[in-house]
Design a protein around this ligand. Structure first.
Ligand SMILES: Nc1ncnc2c1ncn2[C@@H]1O[C@H](COP(=O)(O)OP(=O)(O)OP(=O)(O)O)[C@@H](O)[C@H]1O
Ligand SMILES: [Mg+2]
Length: 408
């Protein structure tokens, strides 16, 4: 048994500490008489064997517990799982639904108890996943060539062309947009270069270059190709005047493309849709588009003057049908820049519906800042803000157009 003298000789530790420690050793009988003064495991210098060591003692004694194998751990109980948000994969009742919960919930919008704000958030989450959530549309049997025209300026021709085209591509269709407006707005919105010298619609129309050689891919949307328009196209109206069969140049260019036609003729790689964005006039460029297409989409702005000029446009379509292209039909009318707060907008929409009940799409495009901002980023609203009301309405319009299923 160790004595006080014995211990005091061993070091310079203050005696009152040692006395307390000695009392403790005696009381707990950790010292072993058969082996002399043995380790308490609490860390005296020079102490021997670490069998009883806690591993927490003096540096000399420390046995680096992190290197030692772990003692067996008890398996976590069921109740522990229930409170661990990080580890559980199981559905758990929760009052606050996360974005992941919203994305998984099918069908959406069935929770009648959610607040309008929660439903709006749900709407955005679902929409941000874009067309990926939606089943791809069935492809038409043959390429559908659609001219987008209205001689009235600024009614949403270009905006509708690029957004419907992008939406269809997102819905699994292969789409080509031909920019037939020297302003090159569609090329800008689709993020395709259209400075002077770039292969463009002008080369195809005036020089007879194959359409396949002047196409470029839209960088933001898969399966969407673009024939850009450069400022050279402004001269084409005049240059084409003296050219033989000047009104069917575009028809020949499109028809000569190996990926335009039926499944049997053009194969699986064929384009499902070709959209032609026209300038705001009924000149030779628009005439070329009317001759090349089998379908026509007329965007109409929900404003007072919207219907003025429509009569003249339809007369032109009739003339083209009679003399140049019997296949042409006005298949789609799309009301754009619709402001539901005004009676004027709903009045215009109603009137257009009365006159063209079969052609007007159920979806109208709301006036939206996101739609008009998108081109300044070289994007369509479908990629710029896919959850915005404008993008959702263009997606719905695109579905309607596809499901109407008029084939060439
Ligand atoms: N739904 C919308 N909400 C807000 N702004 C819109 C909407 N649709 C189009 N615009 C804006 O209206 C303007 C005219 O649109 P757009 O260029 O598509 O018309 P357009 O008929 O092609 O014009 P142009 O006759 O000059 O070719 C653009 O500034 C566009 O950003
Ligand atoms: Mg335009």
């Amino acid at each position: 048994m160790a004595t006080l003298d014995h211990v005091v000789e061993a070091g310079a530790t203050p005696p009152w500490t040692l006395i307390r420690r000695l009392d403790y050793l005696e009381a707990t009988e950790l010292s072993d008489t058969s082996t002399g003064f043995q380790a308490s495991g609490l860390g005296w210098p020079g102490e021997a064997p670490p069998e009883l060591s806690t591993g927490l003692g003096w540096p000399a004694e420390r046995s680096y517990p992190q290197d030692a194998p772990l003692p067996p751990q008890p398996a976590p109980s069921e109740s522990e799982f229930a409170v661990s948000r990080e580890t559980t994969q199981e559905a758990r009742p929760s009052t606050v639904r996360t974005a992941a919960d919203l994305a998984e919930s099918t069908p959406p919008y069935e929770d009648e108890e959610s607040t309008p704000l929660a439903r709006a958030a749900e709407h955005v989450v679902l929409a941000r996943q874009g067309a990926l959530m939606r089943p791809a549309l069935e492809r038409p049997d043959a390429t559908r060539v659609v001219v987008v025209a209205n001689q009235k300026g600024g009614v949403g021709k270009t905006t509708s062309t690029v957004n419907v085209a992008a939406a269809l591509a997102q819905l699994g269709q292969r789409v080509l947009v031909i920019d037939l407006d020297p302003q090159g707005n569609a090329s800008t919105a689709l993020g395709v270069e259209h400075r002077r010298g770039v292969p463009s619609t002008y080369d195809a129309l005036v020089e007879g270059v194959p359409l396949a050689d002047v196409m470029a891919a839209c960088p933001d949307v898969d399966e969407l190709m673009v024939v850009p328009a450069t400022i050279d196209l402004a001269g084409a109206e005049i240059e084409l005047v003296s050219v033989v069969a000047r009104e069917s140049r575009l028809f020949k260019a499109i028809d000569g493309h190996p990926l335009v036609g039926t499944a049997a003729a053009a194969g699986d790689e064929r384009f499902d849709y070709v959209f032609i964005d026209c300038p705001p006039s009924l000149g030779l460029l628009t005439l070329n588009a009317l001759v090349a297409a089998a379908e026509m989409m007329i965007p109409i702005q929900a404003e007072y003057y919207a219907l003025e000029g429509l009569g003249q446009l339809l007369e032109t379509v009739d003339m083209v049908k009679k003399h140049l292209n019997q296949r042409l039909q006005v298949s789609t009318i799309l009301v754009t820049m619709y402001d539901g707060r005004t009676r004027l907008a709903s009045g215009v929409a109603e009137e257009v519906r009365e006159h063209f009940p079969d052609q007007v799409l159920k979806s109208t495009i709301p006036r939206s800042v996101r739609v008009s901002e998108a081109p300044s980023y070289g994007q369509t609203v479908m990629t710029y803000d896919p959850g915005s009301p404008g993008a959702l309405c263009y997606l719905e319009a695109a579905r309607e157009i596809a499901l109407k299923g008029v084939t060439a």
